[in-house]
Write a protein that binds this ligand. Structure first.
Ligand code: HEC
Ligand SMILES: [Cu+2]
Length: 349
């Protein structure tokens, strides 16, 4: 009698013992892995803590389920000769059922409550918020900084002052994209026809990748720019500098600047530099052909044709449908001429 009892109890003790060791290892590994790049916003801290709590709670649950399955297979598995036997009929055990429903329910409600509290906390409106419009399109981002009583400043690079709360208003001109700066932790879809939003307060200076997190076409993997978190003074002087020069779009009466158009676009037209390398304009993207190699030897007419009808004649090794086909509309005739003239000069160098 005593013998039997001990036999029945040992498997449970063994399971608890193995489960505790496996959970400890799983939690240690889960917490040791750097899942995210180093955080650069006030939102990152609470989100990373939430992530760690989820690991600490979910690893033991996963281990418990796996261990029970493994021990059951070993101890209660079918032996040779038992193929036609049915197990003993078991009917409900109300106490057990209540326990295994209540415990997961309590864990889930607790985690949901905690996650909700974190969400409300990181999305809270801040005083002195700066608005930035984010426009996604195949295959680049444009950032607009609204200016009181003037035209917004547009940029292909995201500049942010350190410690200033920002609210992003995200739009898409074509398909669904997703505006994500992993170092800030927040991300939201850019959906055609609606405006989505999120808040972030960058708190560490540096340069962080802006990534499109929604498969959006051939150039998706290249839909990357940089977010620069700089000191408030540096941000101010950057913004002032953006306001002054031709900025691509021609100021009244001035001739459009081909180089600036190439590097920065004009707000409607995506910057050529988002896809092409051209040393003279200081761009180094590689979605389209390297123009330092492709341009020499081409005359103005050929260059103009490549811009206005990109799919008519394809460069070797590149696919149709990547270069925007609407530069004839998004660039004014003067801008197009300035751009062609500029590229012609670079080609002739
Ligand atoms: C979204 C990415 C993208 C943008 C933006 C873009 N291009 Fe392109 N471009 C490409 C790709 C891809 C090709 C090669 C396929 C083709 O010829 O259509 C190409 C081809 C070209 C060529 C032909 C090169 C050769 O081999 O002869 C020229 C010239 C060119 N682009 C200039 C421009 C200019 C100028 C702009 C800005 C007004 C621009 N591109 C904007 C992606 C882009
Ligand atoms: Cu995209």
């Amino acid at each position: 009698m005593r013998e039997r009892k001990r036999d029945e109890r040992t498997p449970v003790l063994q399971m608890v013992f193995h489960g505790a060791i496996a959970s400890a290892i799983g939690i240690a590994v889960g917490l040791a892995i750097d899942w995210f790049p180093e955080g650069a916003s006030t939102q990152a801290g609470p989100i990373d803590t939430l992530w760690d709590v989820l690991i600490v709670v979910s690893v033991p649950i996963f281990v418990t389920v796996s261990i029970i399955v493994l021990f059951s297979v070993r101890n209660f598995g079918m032996r040779p000769g038992e193929e036609n036997l049915d197990g003993p009929p078991i009917h409900g055990n109300t106490r057990l059922e209540i326990v295994w429903t209540a415990i997961p329910a309590i864990i889930l409600v607790a985690l949901c409550t905690y996650a909700y509290v974190v969400l409300v906390d990181i999305e809270e409106a801040q005083a002195n918020e700066m608005r930035i419009n984010v426009v996604g399109q195949q295959f680049t981002w444009t950032f607009e900084y609204p200016q009181a009583g003037g035209k917004p400043v547009r940029s292909q690079q995201l500049y942010l002052p350190q410690d200033r709360p920002v609210r992003f208003y995200v739009k898409s001109l074509d398909v669904i994209h997703d505006f994500w700066v992993p170092a800030f932790r927040m991300k939201v879809d850019a959906v055609p026809g609606i405006e989505t939003r999120y808040r972030v307060t960058p708190d560490r200076r540096g340069t962080y990748p802006v990534v499109c997190a929604e498969l959006c076409g051939l150039g998706h993997a290249f839909m990357r720019v940089n977010a620069h978190v700089v000191s408030p003074q540096a941000f101010k002087s950057w913004l002032t500098k953006q306001k002054q020069p031709a900025q691509g779009a021609s100021a009244e009466g001035e001739a459009p600047d081909g180089k600036a158009l190439f590097a920065e676009g004009n707000g409607d037209a995506t910057a050529c530099g988002a896809c092409h390398t051209l040393a003279d304009a200081g761009t180094n993207a590689s979605i389209g052909p390297d123009l330092d190699e492709a341009l020499p030897g081409q005359d103005a007419a050929a260059i103009k044709a490549s811009i206005v009808k990109p799919n008519a004649e394809l460069s070797d090794g590149f696919q149709a449908g990547v270069m925007p086909p609407n530069y004839g509309d998004t660039l004014s005739p003067e801008e197009l001429d300035a751009l062609v003239e500029y590229l012609g000069e670079v080609a002739g160098k």
